[in-house]
Design a protein around this ligand. Structure first.
Ligand code: ZN
Length: 281
């Protein structure tokens, strides 16, 4: 599933392609992908809206329009590709929504699993609760002090679950969370309140570096992530634990484990990330 770096890669690629363009009449091949408003209203309201800017918060893409907002969330398998030809589709079977522009070309929304969605709203009305309650964006809005304070106000939460909680920090998913915890040598089940100031620093630095690097390498193309121009990212080549079950840890040679934390599959090195390494408290 695309996480903060992948969505940021899409944003950076798309903005120069679609900025200032005006939407024409959308085509809903799968109306269920439009979460708000009703499909007919969506088709009525979007034409004539000009894209003022393209922003990102957490894993949401936010098109600031001349009238309101268009939000897109890719969830598991969503993809948003710009095509000069409009509807010429590399994957017609999973094409759900076509958003053509008056100037020519179109944004095509593909979604194999259909968990992703689009919201068009004049203001806050109709926007998903997950967006309205989104915590600060880990790439742009969280400095070290704020990070420490947020950990401090969720002392009993397990690190893995806390980092995935989009209401506390927005942007991380399974891949970047597991990689950050490995790089800072923290067990995913450690309670947030058990970290020493040094460990908090190390985790914060690991997250910041990973997000920057993920963006620089064009994202992580596991399963089928592609940028907005259908280019693959290469960050998957730099993963240390995610998806490496039973393979040797690159630091110590111990086989990588896959466990479940808070219902989520989690990869770690049991030697580099011991569960009971810290003073309690
Ligand atoms: Zn190790």
């Amino acid at each position: 599933m695309p996480e903060l770096p992948e969505v940021e890669v899409i944003r950076r690629e798309l903005e120069p392609l679609v900025g200032d363009k005006i939407f024409a009449t959308p085509r809903l091949l799968f109306p269920g992908s439009v979460r708000f408003p009703a499909p007919n209203e969506f088709i009525d309201r979007l034409p004539g809206c000009r894209i003022r800017s393209l922003q990102r918060r957490g894993k949401y893409l936010i098109f600031q329009l001349s009238r309101g907002l268009l939000l897109v969330h890719l969830r598991m398998t969503g993809r948003l590709l710009f095509s000069e030809e409009g509807v010429a589709a590399p994957e017609p079977t999973h094409l759900r929504v076509v958003l053509p522009f008056q100037e020519g070309g179109a944004l095509n929304f593909y979604d194999m699993r259909k968990f992703g969605g689009l919201w068009l709203s004049p203001g806050r009305r109709g926007l998903p609760p997950g967006f309205l309650k989104l915590g600060p964006d880990l790439y742009r809005e969280v400095d070290r002090e704020r990070f420490a304070a947020l950990l401090g106000s969720h002392r009993r939460a397990r690190l893995k679950s806390l980092l995935l909680n989009q209401r506390v920090f927005s942007g991380l998913g399974n891949i970047y969370t597991d990689e950050s915890l490995y790089r800072s040598r923290l067990h995913p089940r450690r309670p947030a309140g058990s970290l020493t100031p040094k460990e908090i620093d190390s985790l914060y630095r690991a997250i910041s570096r990973l997000l920057k690097r993920g963006i620089r390498y064009g994202g992580t193309s596991i399963r089928d992530f592609r940028g907005a121009t259908d280019r693959e990212g290469s960050f998957q080549d730099y993963l240390e634990v995610y998806g490496r079950r039973d393979k040797p840890c690159r630091r110590c040679g111990t086989p990588i484990l896959r466990i479940t934390v808070g219902g989520r599959g989690t990869y770690l090195c049991p030697r580099c990330q011991p569960e009971d390494s810290s003073p309690t408290g």
